[in-house]
Design a binder for this molecule. Structure first.
Ligand code: PEP
Ligand code: MG
Length: 288
């Protein structure tokens, strides 16, 4: 079970996996049953349901062939254009949230308007459901994925209007470096240790902590043991990783003193190239 593996919740449930046969939108009942079963099984631990992150490289949803799907119709953009899909998902989440342990996470956030629209949908569906039934339902927390440089620029405002943020380092690396995460020709350039990525990660965590907005990381960087002391030094305390990696990461955490990770973070942030940053982190790891 999750608790036995050392988990404290489900940091990212990729709900787009419920799409079957490519583009078939899962029905409200089907979604409800799925979210309810997981939330029930893990309560009082939290379940963060990522709203459908369809499009892009994940799932071909668009009726037209997109030349640049990663820069195209993807994530929250689709949900805003097709509000019945968003509203149905929110209804399913609300009805499943009888323990009050479900959060919704918005993928590909680019602007505050997208967060407001999701909040309005939650409030509208909540009012309707309350009128329909007497059972207790609770609104889910609302979180924003920070995976676009635009969201990093707006991090001050975003962290003031959501319950939590989750840093998607895979897309943040892709969009910061303009390197397609699936393009084999430029895979060498896809580097989470690029200072532009590292400095954004630091800034996101610092601003979130200052604004008392819970910060989590869910991209591959969260399970990279080389990055771990840097992230701790930046002030990150919530990591979403695959279950099999929890024990090893916790063992690493136990070896570090907070003050030395903070010094490491400052030293790494002063370096201006990926090779130097990696060398510094490797030296730190070797010394522990
Ligand atoms: C990410 O972008 O880092 C992320 C967690 O989401 P995905 O890899 O599913 O796009
Ligand atoms: Mg992503």
């Amino acid at each position: 079970t999750l608790a036995a593996a050392g988990a404290e919740g489900v940091g990212l449930f990729p709900s787009e996996h419920l799409f079957t046969e490519g583009t078939k939108t899962p029905k409200e009942e089907e979604q409800f049953a799925c979210y309810r079963a997981i939330a029930d099984a893990i309560a009082p631990m939290r379940l963060d349901v990522r709203l459908f992150d369809i499009g892009g490289d994940k799932l071909l949803y668009s009726p037209v062939k997109e030349i640049n799907p990663n820069l195209g119709w993807r994530g929250i953009r689709i949900l805003l254009d097709l509000p019945e899909i968003l509203d149905t998902q929110i209804r399913a989440i609300l009805q499943a949230n009888t323990h009050g342990n479900i959060d919704s996470l918005i993928p590909m956030v680019m602007s505050l308007h997208e967060i407001r629209t999701v909040r309005e949908s939650v409030e509208r569906q909540f009012a309707e459901l309350q009128a329909e039934r007497d059972g207790q339902i609770t609104q889910p927390g609302i979180g924003a994925m920070i995976e676009l440089p635009a969201a990093v620029e707006l991090i001050e405002e975003i962290t003031q209007c959501v319950d939590f943020i989750s840093i998607g380092t895979n897309d943040l690396t892709q969009y910061t470096l303009a390197v397609d995460r699936n393009n084999v020709i430029v895979q060498d350039l896809f580097d989470r240790f690029h200072p532009a990525v590292m400095r954004q990660v630091h800034r996101i965590i610092q601003v979130a902590n200052k604004n008392h907005c819970c910060a989590m990381m869910c991209g591959d960087m969260a399970s990279d043991s080389l990055a771990l002391p840097f992230l701790l030094g930046c002030g990150l305390r919530n990591f979403s990783v695959v279950v099999s990696e929890i024990a090893e990461l916790k063992a690493h955490v136990a070896r570090y003193a907070l003050a030395e990770t903070e010094a490491l973070a400052q030293e790494s942030l002063a370096l201006n190239n990926p090779a130097a940053i990696k060398a510094r982190l490797e030296a730190f790891q070797a010394a522990h």
